[in-house]
Design a protein around this ligand. Structure first.
Ligand code: FRU
Length: 493
C-alpha cells in the first residue's frame, strides 16, 4: 500500500496490506513502544493469523516490521491474540546471561487449531523483532474456545498473573505463576453483564481515581457477537478490587466502553515507565470487518488513549465511576488551525484541508428558557463529501441527554452495518457539553465530556470521496460557544 488510498486513515495505524484485527503484545521495551496485532500475512481476509509488528517513539508515528510470530504451517496452528512482558530477572529460566535484562521479551499467545486452543509462549532476545516459539503450551485445558492471555506483574505479591478467556462459557480465568511456565488457577469471573456469544480479549489493571490516591481495578471483556450495542462486537468493563487472586466487582453495573460500533479487542500496554495506563483498540466489528471496501488492507487501530477513572455525578443518580479516554497528543501533526472562534454561534460551515485528517472541538451550552420545548434542543454536526452525496452526522440532544452518530448516508454498508448508535450522556447542571472528534478519512473517534463517553465509528464514502467539510446547526436555546478545527498531516509521509 502507498497509504494514499482515499479510504486509508492518515493518523491511525493500518498495516500496509492485508487483513488485521486485535492489538497484541503491547509493550514499552528498550525506549520504544512495540505493538503487535492479528494479521493475515497472505490475504485481505482473516485466516492465516500472525502477529504483525510496528514500533513507535511517540505513539503517533509507526514503523512497520516483518511479522514477529508466524504459524508453523499454512494450516496452523495460528497465532491468536495475547500479550508480552519483559522477564527482567529471567524468572522463566529461558534466557541466559548474554541477553541483557531489557531484551528478555516473552510473548504469550493462543495457539489455535480447529480442535484446541492453548496458551503458548515465544521468546525474543533481539528487542522484540523476532520470536522463537516454544513447542509445548504453558496452559492446555483441552478446550477449543480458550484464548487471549493477558499477563502482567503483580507487585504486592511479586508474582505474575494471567487473565484468559474461556470464551464460550463467558468466563475469564485468572492464574498466577512465579516462573511464567507453571500456572495455577486462582479464580474465575464471568456470567455477568452482557454475555453475547463469546467473551474474548480480557484485560485487568489498576487505575487511580482522578483527584485521589484511591485505586480501583478495571476488568475488560470484549463480547462477540451479540453485544447489546449493535448486536456485533463490543467492549464492556467492570470496576472492582483485585487481591492478586480474585477480582471482586464493586457492583454488577456493566459499562460499555464505547457507544459506537467500531471499538473491539482493546487492551492496555505493559511496562509504561511513567505509570500512565495506555490503551489501544481495533476499530472494526466482526459483523463486517472482512467485507469493508478497503484494499489492499482491511481494518485500522484506534489512536492510543490514556485511561483514567472519573467520578461522575450523573443527574438524578448516584455518583458513579467511569473510564475516561484521552487520546494521545496530536499537536505535532497540526499543520493549520483552520478555524478557531470563541464567539457564540448557531451554525457554521468549515472546509477541511484536502487529504489530511481533522481534529475539531466544540463547546456547547443550553439555555432551556430560550428553547423551543417541542424540539430536541439538538446540536447537529454533519461531515460530508465534496459533492455532499455522502455524510456522517454527530448529534447531541439536550432535551433527553442523548448523543448519537448516524452513518445511514455514509456510502458502503452490508446487511448488518448498523446506521445509528446512541448513548445517554452526562450533562452537568451548567448545561455545558464538550465534543472532540478526530475525523480520519474512514474513521471517526468522538470524545464527549473530555472522554467520559467515547464514540468510534468507521464509514466508507463512495467512489474515492473523502470528508471535505462540516456544517453544524443548533436548535433554539443551544449555542456553540467555542469551535476549533485543526488540520492534521499524515503520519505516513
Ligand atoms: C478477537 C479474536 C480473538 C482471537 C483473535 C483471532 O477479535 O476473535 O479472540 O484471538 O480475534 O484473530
Amino acid at each position: 500500500g502507498t497509504y494514499s488510498e482515499p479510504l486509508r486513515p492518515q493518523v491511525h495505524y493500518t498495516p500496509s496490506e492485508n487483513f488485521s484485527n486485535d492489538p497484541n503484545g503491547l509493550i514499552y521495551a528498550n525506549n520504544l513502544y512495540h505493538i503487535y496485532h492479528q494479521w493475515n500475512a497472505k490475504a485481505n481476509l482473516p485466516g492465516y493469523q500472525n502477529w504483525g509488528h510496528a514500533t513507535s517513539e511517540d505513539l503517533v508515528h509507526w514503523t512497520l516490521h516483518p511479522a514477529a510470530i508466524t504459524p508453523d504451517s499454512e494450516d496452523g496452528p495460528f497465532i491468536f491474540s495475547g500479550s508480552a512482558i519483559i522477564d527482567f530477572d529471567n524468572d522463566s529460566g529461558i534466557f541466559n546471561d548474554t541477553t541483557a535484562s531489557d531484551n528478555r521479551l516473552l510473548a504469550f499467545y493462543t495457539s489455535a487449531s480447529d480442535d484446541k486452543q492453548t496458551q503458548n509462549i515465544a521468546y525474543s532476545t533481539d528487542g522484540g523483532y523476532s520470536y522463537t516459539k516454544r513447542p509445548e503450551p504453558v496452559i492446555d485445558i483441552d478446550n477449543s474456545q480458550f484464548r487471549d492471555p493477558k499477563v502482567f506483574w503483580y507487585e504486592p505479591d511479586s508474582k505474575w498473573v494471567m487473565i484468559v478467556s474461556l470464551a464460550s462459557q463467558h468466563e475469564m480465568i485468572i492464574y498466577d505463576s512465579n516462573n511464567l511456565l507453571d500456572w495455577t488457577e486462582t479464580s474465575r469471573f464471568g456470567n455477568v453483564g452482557q454475555l453475547g456469544y463469546q467473551y474474548e480479549c480480557p484485560d485487568l489493571f489498576p487505575l487511580k481515581i482522578e483527584g485521589s490516591d484511591e485505586e480501583k481495578w478495571v476488568l475488560i471483556t470484549s463480547v462477540n457477537p451479540g453485544a447489546i450495542n449493535g448486536g456485533g462486537s463490543a467492549t464492556s468493563y467492570f470496576i472492582g478490587d483485585f487481591d492478586g487472586k480474585k477480582f471482586t466487582p464493586v457492583d454488577l453495573a456493566v459499562h460499555e466502553m464505547d457507544f459506537g460500533y467500531d471499538n473491539y479487542a482493546g487492551v492496555t500496554f505493559n511496562n509504561i515507565p511513567d505509570g500512565r495506563r495506555l490503551w489501544l483498540g481495533w476499530s472494526s466489528n466482526w459483523l463486517y470487518a472482512a467485507e469493508v471496501p478497503t484494499a489492499p488492507w482491511r481494518s485500522s487501530l484506534s489512536l492510543v488513549h490514556e485511561l483514567s477513572l472519573a467520578r461522575v455525578n450523573l443527574t438524578d443518580q448516584e455518583e458513579s465511576l467511569m473510564l475516561r479516554h484521552k487520546p494521545v497528543d496530536l499537536s505535532t501533526l497540526i499543520t493549520d488551525t483552520v478555524k478557531e472562534t470563541s464567539t457564540s454561534t448557531n451554525s457554521d460551515s468549515v472546509e477541511f484541508p484536502t487529504d489530511g485528517a481533522v481534529d475539531f472541538t466544540a463547546h456547547l451550552s443550553f439555555n432551556s428558557l430560550n428553547s423551543n420545548s417541542s424540539s430536541k434542543s439538538a446540536s447537529r454536526i454533519t461531515i460530508e463529501s465534496e459533492d455532499a452525496q455522502n455524510s456522517i452526522e454527530i448529534g447531541l440532544q439536550f432535551s433527553d441527554h442523548i448523543a448519537y452518530i448516524n452513518r445511514a448516508n455514509s456510502g458502503w454498508s452490508n446487511a448488518i452495518f448498523e446506521s445509528v448508535s446512541a448513548t445517554s450522556i452526562h450533562i452537568p447542571d451548567d448545561q455545558k457539553v464538550s465534543l472532540r472528534a478526530i475525523v480520519d478519512h474512514s474513521q471517526l473517534e468522538l470524545f464527549i465530556q473530555d472522554g467520559i463517553h467515547l464514540g468510534s465509528m468507521v464509514f466508507f464514502f463512495e467512489d474515492g470521496r473523502v470528508p471535505a467539510r462540516l456544517h453544524y446547526s443548533n436548535d433554539k436555546g443551544v449555542q456553540t460557544d467555542y469551535f476549533r478545527l485543526d488540520a492534521l498531516k499524515s503520519i505516513w509521509q
